[in-house]
Design a protein around this ligand. Sequence first.
Ligand SMILES: *Cc1c(COP(=O)(O)O)cnc(C)c1O
Length: 395
Amino acid sequence: MPDKFSWIKDELDLLQQQGLRTTIRTIGSACGPWMVVDGKKVLNFCTNNYLGLANHPRLKQAARAAIEEWGVGPAAVRSIAGTLELHRRLEERLARFKGVEDALYVQSGFCANQAAIPPMVGKGDVIFTDRLNHASIIDGCRLSSAKVAVYEHCDLADCERVIRENRGEYRRALLITDGVFSMDGDIAPLDRLCDICERHDIITMVDDAHGEGVLGEGGRGIVDHFNLSGRFDLEIGTLSKAFGVMGGVIAGRKVVIDWIRQKARPFLFSSAVTAADTAACLAAVDLLEESTELVRKLWENTRYFKEGMQGAGFDIGASVTPITPVMLGDASLAQQFSKSLFDSEPGIFAMPIGFPTVPQGKARIRVMISAAHSRQDLDTGLEVFARVGKEFGVI
Ligand SMILES: *Cc1c(COP(=O)(O)O)cnc(C)c1O
């Protein structure tokens, strides 16, 4: 009998040959600046734990208390019997935090895009989308059946051109952009995009997964950073990065959120987030509202690390956020570099990123800075990077 799945083996072999087969490392301890990875204790520059909340005692305590009170699973979708008082409380708190009328909490940031886009546009409508937008936006656009018109990355002139060429032919229009672009750490020119959209009667949506807890006053995000509160229509976010927990959020005007609540398929057809996760998210909002200290520390660490890397002679791209790409160019060089970092003493955990996540010839190591890193951690990271950089002749 022929093997029904021999094609998969061929495809996997091909990925292997191209250096594109992902090795998935296994974590053996809680998320923090130092973690056990594949059995070795290493200094972690990989997670999106911007504020160090993923293992924070207040969040853990909130989750434990919620399990005692609510149990472990809601056993229902939100629209049938899964909407807990905790979910509503979190949604009210997130709306207040972001300065909008209402918010909807869903299972993940990925889900949030699938939940928010199809109710806003469909057949006969058009979506304007940045070329480098996140995969969950791309999938959300496809699910909507609207025409998708791509503009070049953060290119306002191209964006206007694409809008002028298409806007007239379609009923409704939606523009979607990442706030912070996760591979380069640059940010969308949201104020200018907002101006353009107001001129052409286009609904505005930003996915601020890497901006929440990072940009704006006390981590209120990119809309706050650009002072666009009240002008911008929809903010998509995640509770799984700076907030340190799990889940996604859609925030905006009440009428819009009411509509999405009626129509969003991940909300209607997939079970609610657990009480423990929801309570931990509430504790994260408490912390962010109480103090801006963690956000300040994140930026202080970011500046210190970037200055150190530039001083050592590394090319760290055009990032303006804690995401620090260490540009290496060649994909296999990036892989070997990452492996040498990991095998050093002490080991450094920083993953290589290559095609198709970034363009061919733009491979890099992506360093994620956290408020949880101590000054000594950052010095250790800089020292090992310099050592490995010299070994490879990169600096
Ligand atoms: C990480 C990310 C997501 C996915 O968020 P999850 O909560 O992990 O599902 C969505 N959009 C962008 C831009 C992201 O960077």
